[in-house]
Design a protein around this ligand. Structure first.
Ligand code: SF4
Length: 188
């Protein structure tokens, strides 16, 4: 009886601890931006006061891969740069996530399709979520953050809702944010 009681308490404690870890991960992304073109400027706007990214706990931008868990690819990635991006990504500790922000990062962008540009950063690293647009709206990036938060929590009903509202589409196993509702900034 006593043993059963102890086992139950231990399981409950493990569950509680897992919940705390998940909650902490969800609310404390430390992004490392790879801003190689105009989307980099868009990303700077997102982390400025107007959009108050702290509401998602993702304002602590790091420029060391060892202190970051979210890579944000914001801009064109050339073949030469692809090797560097891969090396930086490898130096990040697990668990880690990647957002391909904008058409260039996601697909190479039709207008720049040349021999020197990668057809999407997913040719060198795995991407968790793609944000459509050239450039995407800041709100679309915030939706990508919310998507990742719910992915960490594995909230299936949230993904269903997004698909119903046509805010995300799935193409060949890739999740693409196509929304970007205007979210009223907290500071004007
Ligand atoms: S997607 Fe458009 S805005 Fe973004 S880096 Fe490419 S060209 Fe610039």
């Amino acid at each position: 009886m006593a043993e059963q009681f102890l086992t139950t308490r231990r399981d409950k404690f493990k569950e509680f601890l897992q919940g705390v870890v998940t909650w902490s991960r969800k609310w404390s992304f430390w992004p490392i931006p790879i801003g190689t073109a105009c989307c980099g400027i868009e990303y700077m706007a997102i982390v400025a006061s107007h959009f108050d990214i702290s509401r998602w706990g993702a304002e602590v931008v790091r420029f060391s891969p060892r202190q970051a868990d979210l890579m944000v690819i914001a801009g064109t990635i050339t073949r030469k740069m692809g090797e560097v991006v891969r090396r930086v990504w490898e130096q990040m500790a697990e668990p880690k996530w990647v957002i391909a922000f904008g058409s260039c990062a996601s697909t190479g962008n039709g207008i720049y399709q040349t021999y020197s540009v990668l057809d999407g950063v997913d040719k060198v690293i795995p991407v968790d979520v793609y944000v459509a647009g050239c450039p995407p709206r800041p709100e679309a990036f915030l939706e990508a953050l919310e998507y990742l938060q719910n992915k960490i929590e594995n909230k299936k009903e949230y993904f269903k809702k997004l698909e119903e509202e046509k805010k995300i589409i799935q193409v060949e196993g890739k999740t693409i944010i196509v929304g970007g509702e205007i979210i009223k900034p907290s500071i004007r």
